[in-house]
Write a protein of this length. Structure first.
Length: 182
């Protein structure tokens, strides 16, 4: 399943990362961020971070990647519609699990991710955004012009600049340096 946000920004389909590629990158970045935070003495449940990262876009296996650009077509209720559709897809996927304990466990993780209140969920959200920055750098290296990537870069970078996590600040600086060096 291709990441449609990149398509709407002018990246050709054959070059677009898949949702699976993104999930892997996000999970890897989340693991790194969690480990870096642990090394700084912060208490982080790395297993919960990894579980959330692996599950964070699971609904997109049924809904496809509904990008911010496409949300504009849905009007002022676009975000609410997206959440409702993804929640329905999520519920459909987990209801097939026979063990209620697993359904509940995964639902709690999804709720925790959505709330973005715990350090673990903040790490996964940051990893999700960092992947966008690093992917934009990669597309630019492949020859895509900055102007088609810059609005997504700016909004994502701005969002990440509010993070209080030292590991996120450091990786964001690396992404910014890479972006500026091309």
């Amino acid at each position: 399943m291709p990441r449609t946000g990149w398509i709407s920004h002018g990246v050709m389909l054959q070059d677009v990362e898949s949702v699976a590629d993104h999930t892997f990158s996000t999970s890897t970045l989340a693991m790194l961020l969690a480990d870096l935070e642990c090394e700084e003495g912060r208490r982080v449940d790395v297993e919960r971070v990894l579980r959330m990262a692996l599950l964070h876009d699971l609904a997109e296996a049924l809904t496809f990647d509904i990008s911010k650009t496409y949300l504009e077509y849905l009007g002022k209720n676009g975000e609410a519609i997206k959440r409702k559709v993804e929640q329905a897809a999520w519920n459909h996927m987990v209801k097939s699990l026979r063990r209620k304990s697993l359904r509940m466990k995964y639902a709690r993780l999804q709720c925790e991710f959505d709330a973005e209140e715990t350090v673990e969920s903040q790490i996964v959200h940051a990893a999700d955004k960092l992947d966008i920055l690093f992917q934009a750098v990669e597309y630019h290296r492949k020859g895509y012009p900055r102007q088609i990537l810059s609005d997504l870069w700016k909004s994502t970078n701005r969002s990440l600049s509010r993070s209080k996590l030292p590991s996120v600040k450091n990786l964001r600086k690396i992404a910014v340096r890479l972006w500026a060096s091309r």
